[in-house]
Write a protein that binds this ligand. Sequence first.
Ligand code: SF4
Length: 214
Amino acid sequence: MFEIDRAIALVREAVQPYPKAAMFALAEAGYRSLFEQVVACILSIRTRDETSLIVARQLFDRARTPAEVAELSTAEIEAVIRDSTYADAKAKQILAIAQTALANYDGELPCDRSTLLALKGVGPKCAHLALGIACNQPYISVDIHVHRVTNRWGYVETRSPEQTLAALEEKLPSAYHVEINAVLVPFGKHICLGTKPRCPVCPLQDMCEQRGVN
Ligand code: SF4
């Protein structure tokens, strides 16, 4: 049986030298409100962490709360976030979320999954990550790294991130629900790479089934 406690402990140690995943890095820098986390996650979609971190900080320098963002026009937001992929669509989504928070929730998004999923531009990956970081709610966020690595381990056997989420919700202890994303994103970027995973230097080599690795 795959020893998940040992795996997480080893990965936690292995990723120490590498930059934290973008959302966790932002939280550590003080950007940990639910609105900031949701906006930062939207900015990170299809955008490299290195870029989305800079873009999120540029936007938060200008406006950090729904009230402050709602003062901006779509064009102003788009100009600040232009280095993020799909900046025009994201600017509209961010402004609409700020306006929704003001109109319906006294200017602060509530820590509620279905409310977040009803916002345009917010899917389970972003909703879960934001709720985990900002609200301490034990949701799992599955991106391509979490999906790939847990399948290579043999911990899950799935064909899509959606299936991986369902499988992890079944078997992953809740203490790791938020942390799995924090540790597997840098692990997937620097050790268990998409192509050419670095198995010879991987601390999990003795316990990993290396499924799908040539
Ligand atoms: S042994 Fe290889 S496939 Fe398994 S986790 Fe490590 S790098 Fe990834």
